[in-house]
Design a protein around this ligand. Structure first.
Ligand code: NAI
Ligand code: MG
Length: 485
């Protein structure tokens, strides 16, 4: 019989990625009209490395006057250059961004992991390549927009205000900027306050690509900066990814203004395992679905529904696999689970872990070592969870899985849809007919079959219900940045 793995049986030799090729400045200003401009208030925020709690840089905090300057720069670039440029020329600039990003991929990956806490394996193999792929993909559409919408007239919207979160900082910037530029809009982007650095490196790269001044403006800051962008009267479109609470606020602010809006908000995705699934493959999919990126994923498979007859086998194999997950230094290539993004987010996750126990569910955590400094959370699962439990209903945004069982297809569809969210779902079964049945009945924007957390620029992404509206990615993603008549 194979030797059973005990906790911490895996002692891996450290394999840290080098930081030698990375330059992080002590201070970053605002990127407005193609120049680096000091914030009018003179205020700066610190961005820290969540795995060491050390400051990486001071980053400007834009107020309403700075946001106004950025919107004016974007408007001027739109009126005088970008909307007048022949579409194939626009495409060439976007291709140039894509190529430069590919060339600098290693630097971007290291900075992404330092500023946000995600494992280098993910930033290197997922975030940065997929961000570059979005620029390549949308560059190709720039001169073909009329073919995306046959028999319609297409025109850009104008200036887009874009607000992004901290879980995929560069990737979310790419999701927002690439289609907006391809469609002929100019943009003002606000990165999240805990992870501004790769967006600022992107601003440097955009300078290097010689994009006309003001086509892309990047203003850093926290919620008030985002609100100033949302409320600016000369914005034509707001694109937001973040919490449902802030999404609702934004929706109220733009009501009646004529600004177009797309929202990509929270999620509580069901991951459904039928007894006829390949269980070992499903276990890997469950692990990837919830522990990928510390569970800081709006489409994370945070609710697991297992057909009753295989529940014990699935839970036993899951626990076994969790024991081998390495939690620690984001720059180490062996790390599976990096640092939690901020002290606040760790507080939220720990609150839910406590709540799950108080609600009467059974908790299991691996007993791996954790570093002394920084924000960390062991991979966690709960069994014997009620459908009404708060850990089943509410978004935790951390490496915490709530497991329930089901007996019939109708029961699992009913349970899976019983949430205010509807962003994504997963189905694991050997039967194609079951997949088709579930994909037509689950209320979720993306449904993965026998896989999880797969992304491609050609594929649209977005939610139902309180997960938001509008689609990003693919041809659908173009529609969000165009007037169609
Ligand atoms: P958040 O929604 O406050 O932050 C997202 C972005 O919105 C940041 O750039 C932030 O500065 C900006 N923002 C904050 N208040 C704003 C306002 N009033 N007007 C305009 N922009 C504003 O999310 P937060 O507080 O960082 O995380 C809280 C929870 O939200 C997480 O625990 C998680 O459940 C969820 N979340 C969901 C994300 C998703 O991808 N759907 C991403 C991040 C968080
Ligand atoms: Mg940071």
């Amino acid at each position: 019989m194979a030797k059973r793995i005990k906790d911490n049986d895996w002692k891996l030799v450290p394999a840290p990625e080098s930081k030698d090729h990375v330059r992080i400045d002590a201070e970053y200003k605002l990127f407005i009209g193609g120049k680096w401009v000091a914030p009018k208030s003179g205020k700066y925020l610190d961005t820290i490395n969540p795995s060491s709690e050390q400051r990486l840089a001071r980053v400007a905090e834009a107020d309403a006057a700075d946001v106004d300057a950025a919107v004016k720069a974007a408007r001027k670039a739109y009126d005088t250059v970008w909307s007048k440029m022949p579409a194939p020329e626009r495409g060439k600039y976007i291709y140039r961004i894509a190529r430069l990003l590919q060339e600098k991929a290693r630097e971007f990956a290291v900075v992404e992991s330092m500023d946000g806490g995600k494992p280098i394996r993910e930033s290197r193999d997922f975030d940065i390549p997929v961000a570059a792929a979005h620029f390549f993909y949308y560059a190709g559409w720039a001169d073909k927009l009329q073919y995306a919408f046959p028999a319609r007239n297409v025109s850009p919207l104008g200036v887009a205000g874009q607000i992004i979160p901290w879980n995929f900082p560069l990737l979310m910037a790419a999701w927002k900027i690439a289609p907006a530029l391809a469609c002929g809009n100019t943009v003002v982007l606000k990165p999240a306050e805990t992870t501004p650095l790769t967006a600022l490196l992107l601003a440097e790269l955009i300078q290097e690509a010689e994009l006309p001044d003001g086509v892309v403006n990047i203003v850093t800051g926290a919620g008030a900066t985002g609100a100033a962008l949302v409320n600016h009267p000369d914005i034509n479109k707001i694109a937001f990814t973040g919490s449902t609470a802030v999404g609702k606020l934004i929706q109220r602010s733009v009501a009646g203004t004529g600004k177009k809006l797309t929202l990509e908000l929270g999620g509580k995705a069901p991951n459904i395992i039928f007894a006829d699934a390949t269980i070992d493959q499903a276990v890997e999919g469950i692990i990837n679905g919830i522990y990928f990126n510390q569970g800081h994923v709006c489409c994370a498979g945070s609710r697991l529904y297992v057909e009753e007859s295989v529940h014990d086998e699935v839970v036993r194999k899951l626990k076994h696999r969790m024991k081998s997950l390495v939690v620690g230094d984001p720059l180490d290539k062996n790390t599976d689970i990096g640092a939690i993004n901020s002290r606040e987010q760790l507080g939220t996750i720990n609150k839910y872990i406590k709540l799950g126990q108080q609600e009467g569910a059974d908790m299991y955590q691996s007993s791996c070592d954790l570093p002394g400094k920084g924000f960390w959370c062991r991979p966690t699962l709960f069994t014997n969870v009620a459908q009404s439990a708060r850990i089943t209903q509410e978004e935790i945004f951390g490496p915490v899985l709530a497991i329930q069982t089901f007996r019939t297809v109708d029961e699992v569809i009913q349970k899976a849809n019983n949430t205010p969210y509807g962003l994504s779902a997963g189905v694991w079964t050997d039967k194609g007919s079951k997949i088709f049945n579930l994909t037509s009945k689950l209320r979720a924007g993306v449904i993965w079959a026998n896989t999880f957390n797969k992304f491609d620029p050609t594929s649209p992404f977005g939610g139902y219900k309180e997960s938001g509206y509008g689609r990003e990615g693919g041809v659908h993603g173009l529609g969000a940045y165009l007037n169609l008549s």
